[in-house]
Write a protein that binds this ligand. Structure first.
Ligand code: ADP
Length: 487
């Protein structure tokens, strides 16, 4: 196999900084690619969380006098996974308390996000061109989501530029700003055009990414199709349809070391498909920790999610009073929109012992929930790939999912036939209504009453292979195609 050098640009990476699935992908895919002869290095902003946790590092480059941007430096470090990290240190833009995108005090996006992520793109383009001060030169730059979207624009006017691709993890987040940012970010003025970075009177980081990338990937084959349609194209369906031949859907894998019920450091008890007693112990520990009634027999339904419209949890909250009558217990871990947080808290107060809610982001608890619950629910209105349905299958917690995006690609609905042929791995419902969600949960609870069949379903789930290897090979193929190389 010929070696390919790839600069992977991302705005979050697990375990250093995470708000969602992008971090999981950035934490795992580069390592999987390195295992198949792709020399990947990751470029990431130097947020305080990254600076504090990256370990030993050295300065490998300094950038001063880039028009429009403050001075910055690149620090080189190596992640525990062995993946080399290039940390973009620019205290003025990144060294502040709070999340990577938003001010924790106001809850609003940082006002200088165009500059913060504009610099990330500008530096990515420098590293992918003759301007690079590094001795390591990538063959290709691989960006992710809107935060990296301008990379291709800067590359388009750079000498000795290498090709670039972009992966869409969520088309709903676009990084759209007033047109005057074009000047501020020193983008070529002619790029502000319908055939360029203009989107309905704004300049759009994501549109730029999709327009200028040599190839576009997204995180499931089904989502790759859906985003070319009017319902889920978020205003970009026209461009995506025009570029249909340049779009590839590659299902995410998961970090099978981090998410392994046999070794998971967050779990009180370990288990495997062959030895399931540990799962019952996790259920008991979870019920105790969350102040739910300790009851081995009642099905425990779980949610770990951002509490946003996208995730469709408003439907679940609406039917919760009916669910607890089934009976079912409900555990929710999440944070997001205020009204959803409140109505979740309300339910916990109304149904003590039956509904438990933790508002916040808690990595350890998310593992304990995956392990201790019996079923996991993801009624997303749209879901580019989704990760929790993989984790829950691996932890023997069949997911109940809406028939959309990557959920449809990774969960096989349980029917007499699919249970028989060993493919069933959860419950899939079509049509985003409370009735349809309720019916799917009733189906799951019904099967749970037949513990023999439930064990078959759980075993199916736990025997599926969600490792990154298959996905990494698919990315490698995309890289080779873009570079016009064969093996
Ligand atoms: P998205 O990226 O749209 O939020 P994904 O399912 O792709 O959704 O990935 C979400 C990731 O974030 C998963 O690893 C999930 O476990 C994690 N997660 C989401 N909310 C929380 C939370 N409140 N606490 C801990 N982990 C969370």
């Amino acid at each position: 196999m010929s070696e390919i050098k790839v600069l992977f640009v991302t705005s979050e990476i697990a375990p250093l900084i995470k708000t969602g699935g992008l971090a999981d992908v950035s934490g795992a895919l580069p390592a999987a690619l390195r295992a198949i002869d792709v020399d990947v290095r990751v470029l990431i902003p130097g947020y305080p969380q990254v600076m504090a946790q990256m370990g030993p590092n050295e300065v490998v480059a300094s950038f001063t006098g880039i028009p429009g941007f403050p001075s910055s430096r690149l620090l080189f470090s190596i992640m525990k996974s062995g993946v080399p990290l290039l940390v973009l240190d620019c205290p003025e833009l990144y060294q502040r308390e709070g999340g990577p995108y938003a001010d924790p005090v106001t809850g609003h996006d940082w006002v200088d996000n165009p500059l913060r992520f504009g610099l990330l793109c500008r530096i990515a383009a420098i590293l992918g061109s003759d301007e690079s001060p590094l001795s390591w030169h990538p063959d290709l730059v691989h960006g992710n989501d809107w935060q990296t979207g301008l990379t291709g624009v800067y590359l388009s006017v750079a000498a000795g530029a290498v090709p670039n691709i972009i992966t869409i993890h969520n088309l709903a987040f676009q990084g759209n700003f007033r047109p005057k940012k074009v000047e501020l970010l020193h983008l070529p003025p002619e790029s502000y055009h319908i055939n360029g970075i203009e989107l309905y009177g704004n300049m759009s980081f994501l549109k730029a990414g999709l327009y200028y990338a040599w190839h576009i990937t997204t995180v499931s084959p089904n989502y790759a199709r859906e985003i070319q349609g009017d319902e889920l194209g978020f205003g970009l369906q026209g461009l995506l349809r025009a570029r249909s031949d340049d779009i590839t859907g590659i299902l995410n894998g998961i970090d099978t070391d981090e998410w392994n019920p046999e070794t998971d450091k967050h779990l009180p008890s370990h288990f495997s498909a062959a030895r399931m007693t540990g799962k019952a112990q996790n259920k008991q520990a979870l019920q105790t920790r969350m102040s739910l009634n300790v009851d081995a027999d009642v099905p425990l339904l779980a949610v770990v999610s951002r509490l946003t419209h996208q995730k469709g949890l408003d439907l679940l909250l609406e039917i919760a009073p009916q669910l607890v009558e089934l009976p079912v217990q409900l555990v929710i871990l999440g944070s997001g929109e205020a009204f959803m947080q409140e109505s979740a808290r309300d339910l916990a107060l109304r149904y003590p012992g039956k509904v438990a809610v933790m508002i916040g982001f808690d990595e350890a608890l998310s593992h304990q929930i995956e392990a201790g619950a019996d079923m996991f629910v993801m009624p997303s209105r749209f879901e580019p790939c989704g990760l929790n349905q993989f984790y829950s299958q691996r932890y023997g917690t069949p997911p109940i999912v809406h028939n959309t995006g990557g959920l449809a690609d990774s969960v096989v609905d349980c029917t007499a036939e699919t249970l028989n042929d060993g493919t069933a791995s959860g419950f899939v419902f079509s049509g985003m209504t409370t009735d349809n969600l309720y019916a799917a949960i009733v189906r799951a609870v019904g099967l749970y009453q037949d513990q023999r069949k439930w064990r078959v379903l759980r075993r199916n789930c736990m025997s599926k292979d969600f490792s990154w290897e298959t996905s990494a090979r698919a990315y490698r193929k995309v890289y080779l195609n873009v570079l016009g190389r064969t093996e």
